[in-house]
Design a protein around this ligand. Structure first.
Ligand SMILES: [Zn+2]
Length: 167
């Protein structure tokens, strides 16, 4: 498996390793194996594992909100699944008051990412790698996807190709 090191997941993994209570949210079938081995690696701590659909949605948002509302010190949230769902989950968790250190995002291989258009401020899903191009469906800008994740929008930042060249 090639490493797409956006953000620095390894570092986040280390930071999140100190929790005493862990909730694992897994998104879709593709995440089950990794979630299962994670759950067993948390032996000795209290672990809840909640399986969710592959795509982030209202159910996931409600579950996360409920979990966050009963959270206590030492709680860690682990998000396993397609990158789009994991980033949406992290964004929601931060909005619910969790600290970055308390969230462990673990994206599994995924062909699609959420791209935030820097020009018209819309987001769209695209099967695109970092550094490659995608066309914004809202404003038709030809975007290059950058190694930068907007926490607010839970999306990769996309800049127009010619805007970059003019710099
Ligand atoms: Zn756009």
């Amino acid at each position: 498996m090639g490493t797409t090191s956006v953000p620095r997941w390894d570092e986040e993994r280390r930071i999140a390793g100190e929790g005493r209570y862990v909730t694992v949210l897994s998104f879709g079938d593709a995440a089950l194996d990794q979630a299962r081995s994670l759950v067993s690696s948390f032996e000795g701590r209290r672990v809840d594992w909640i399986r969710l659909p592959e795509e982030w949605g209202d159910t996931a948002a409600q579950i996360l909100e409920r979990q966050a509302s009963v959270a206590r010190v030492g709680w860690r949230l682990v998000l396993v699944g397609p990158e789009a769902a994991v980033l949406a989950g992290r964004s929601a968790a931060v909005a619910a008051g969790l600290l970055d250190d308390e969230i462990l995002p673990l994206p599994v291989e995924s062909a699609t990412r959420t791209v935030y258009c820097a020009h018209c401020h819309s987001t769209h899903l695209a099967a695109v790698a970092i550094g490659q191009g995608t066309t914004c469906p809202a404003c038709a800008s030809e975007l290059v996807v950058y190694h930068h994740v907007s926490r607010l929008h839970a999306a990769y930042l996309g800049f127009a190709v010619d805007a970059e060249e003019r710099r």
